[in-house]
Design a protein around this ligand. Structure first.
Ligand SMILES: Nc1nc(=O)c2c([nH]1)NC[C@@H]1CN(c3ccc(C(=O)N[C@@H](CCC(=O)O)C(=O)O)cc3)C=[N+]21
Length: 305
């Protein structure tokens, strides 16, 4: 569990939910409850905070993307629940420029009270995202999106922040007692924020990793070989039971709103008929992403390495 050792040094532990997992009604498929695990980690942070600097996250939100505004509000609310501080910097579309965002980042880099800086993605198309992200001080990168952070993940140094969604998924696999070593794992999706760091984390946990994406041939056949399947394709209910092996562990990273207003993921609910376990949407990966953002902010504030 090298990926968790910096957090462990601060006193965080991954609880063991392997014996207490519930099943989806009418099936043998275990629910990987990210909401409960996330709540557990947030209350650990609350306790560990005693006598230490209150961690502070600065969030930069550029543009009018309504989903981004909702996500940022949620993050700030959860940080409040943990007793952490946050600041938000909202830049409206007509004021956005790379120079403006970078000069804000440079001043936050120098601000001793600010431990973590998060630039909400996606940024408007006129902005060079890599250029913006790489202006953040490596110590204050709590998203793990910097080239430097991804580099130390790739080498297995684990000295910088690990991208929150893959980090949360690995924490969930460990808490639910899922063996990773030697397992065939398939990651569908190759984004910088999920697919790529996810593959690196699974590889460092000794899985055999296959990365699949939109140009992959025979996606179904490849997925059927997975003991652990991470669905981050961005296509509603793409992965149904015909894509999965019996007793596979399925992690749904997608989040989509259906016409009836309900949320769904990249995974169809009929996988429950044959899967060993499934992380649901909502209530799985989403809450874990926010918990790991909080944990990365605690590490930025408290870790001495
Ligand atoms: N710099 C940056 N860092 C991010 O971490 C980041 C980002 N940009 N841009 C957008 C995505 C998306 N994201 C989510 C986090 C939590 C939920 C979440 O908690 N979802 C709830 C449901 C929420 C609802 O009801 O809509 C759940 O799955 O149960 C979802 C999505 C973080 N992102």
């Amino acid at each position: 569990m090298k990926f968790f050792s910096r957090a462990q040094k601060l006193g965080f532990i991954l609880p063991d939910f392997s014996k207490t997992a519930q099943v989806y009604e009418g099936t043998n498929c275990k629910i990987m409850d990210g909401k409960t695990l996330s709540t557990n980690l947030i209350s650990q942070a609350k306790t560990l905070k005693d006598g230490k600097k209150v961690p502070c996250l600065a969030v930069i939100l550029a543009g009018e993307n309504p989903a981004s505004h909702v996500y940022v509000k949620n993050k700030i609310k959860i940080f409040k629940e943990a007793g952490f501080d946050s600041q938000s910097y909202i830049i409206s579309s007509d004021e956005i420029s790379e120079e403006k965002i970078i000069s804000l980042i440079l001043s936050l880099n120098k601000d001793k009270n600010v431990d973590g800086i998060l630039v909400q993605l996606p940024l408007p198309k006129t902005i060079n995202t890599e250029k913006i992200l790489n202006a953040i001080s490596p110590h204050k990168d709590v998203d793990g999106f910097l080239a430097h952070s991804i580099g130390t993940l790739a080498t297995g140094e684990f000295t910088n922040a690990i991208a929150c969604t893959p980090f949360g998924i690995l924490a969930m696999l460990v808490s639910y007692g899922i063996e990773i070593s030697g397992k065939n794992s398939v990651v569908v999706g190759r984004s910088n924020i999920v697919g790529k760091p996810m593959s690196l984390l699974l590889l460092s946990s000794d899985a055999t990793v296959t990365m699949a994406h939109s140009k992959t041939k025979d996606l179904k056949q490849i997925c059927k070989n997975a003991d652990i399947l991470i669905a981050a394709a961005g296509q509603p209910e793409l992965i149904d039971k015909s894509y999965i092996k019996e007793n596979a562990v399925i992690i749904d990273v997608g989040i989509h709103r259906k016409e009836n207003g309900k949320l769904c993921g990249d995974v169809h609910s009929n996988v429950k008929e044959i899967a060993y376990s499934l992380s649901p949407v909502p209530g799985g990966v989403g809450p874990m992403t926010i918990a790991m953002l909080m944990l990365n902010t605690a590490l930025a504030a408290w870790a001495k390495d």
